[in-house]
Ligand binder design. Structure first.
Ligand code: ZN
Length: 277
């Protein structure tokens, strides 16, 4: 069953990457002025800033830090490369704790030419290595399955089922999933998989955008909600039936929208949020 239309912005979160031309302070100011209540902070938006001060600035504007994007990339051809990845993720956990983000989104990694099963083994090993530090810092780890189009070089975790298998293996309440409609909408077991995440209490985050029929670039041509073919209200209905009550995070990588006026884009995001999510 489709979810009922949204009527306000109390659960609307925008990723800083969505309005990439705005530095963090500007994004926070403009989101707050527009009535957006949540912000997901990308690491590059924090470069050169004191993360604790950035977190305070966000909260003072009445926004909630929903998550930090992103950690992951656990796979590497060498053991030294995998150790460096673990170190980087430990730094990411510290950053999340400092900015006040309750979880980190993990884009898990893949090495071109390395069998996917080996990459998945390395990913599970990497997450297991950082899970104790995440628990100690009070920061959850949200594995984001990526569409199979990215299996070669960005993530060997391409289905909710694969991500759940790693969660079961690590068996920590601090490890769960971030579900992004762009990556999961095609899955023929989607409803059942979302319900399973609900039962397993592992549904940490929900990202929205759209899948355009004519795509100029698989990475940086995401659609605004309603511009493509993803049944957003149906999927949100399943996510809510699974018990998820968190923010709806708008995450759009788009050369087209980044090149335009960001105030106009934010207004379109809000209109699309009420009209299509
Ligand atoms: Zn996402």
């Amino acid at each position: 069953m489709n979810a009922a239309p949204l009527t306000d912005f109390s659960r609307l979160c925008v990723h800083t990457i969505t309005t990439k031309p705005w530095p963090l302070a500007e994004a926070v100011k403009h989101y707050a002025a527009a009535g957006v209540k949540g912000i997901t902070v990308w690491r590059q938006a924090l470069e050169g800033l004191d993360p604790a001060a950035a977190g305070r600035m966000i909260r003072e504007q009445g926004l909630t830090v929903v998550s930090l994007c992103r950690g992951g990339f656990f796979t590497a051809a060498t053991a030294a490369g995998r150790r460096e990845a673990v170190s980087d993720n430990l730094r990411c956990i510290e950053l999340a704790a400092a900015v006040g983000a309750p979880h980190i989104v993990l884009v898990c990694g893949a090495v071109p030419g390395q069998p996917l099963a080996e990459s998945r083994r390395q990913i599970a090993e990497g997450i297991a290595a950082i899970a104790p530090a995440a628990a100690a810092a009070g920061v959850r780890l949200a594995i984001e399955p990526l569409h199979p189009i990215y299996a070669a070089d960005r993530s060997a975790i391409n289905t909710i089922s694969q991500a759940r298998a790693i969660c079961r293996q690590i068996a920590s309440p601090w490890v769960g999933l971030a579900l992004d409609v762009y990556h999961i909408w095609w899955d023929d077991a989607l409803e059942q998989e979302i319900a399973a995440c609900g039962r397993e209490k592992s549904l940490f985050a929900f990202h929205v955008c759209d899948w355009k029929l004519t795509m100029l670039d698989p990475l940086n041509d995401r659609g605004l909600m309603g511009e493509g073919c993803i049944p957003l209200r149906q999927i949100r209905g399943w996510v809510e039936a699974a018990g998820f009550a968190g923010f709806h995070e708008v995450e759009i990588f788009s050369n087209l929208y980044w090149a335009g006026d960001q105030h106009a884009f934010l207004a379109r995001i809000q209109e699309a949020y009420l009209g299509s999510v």
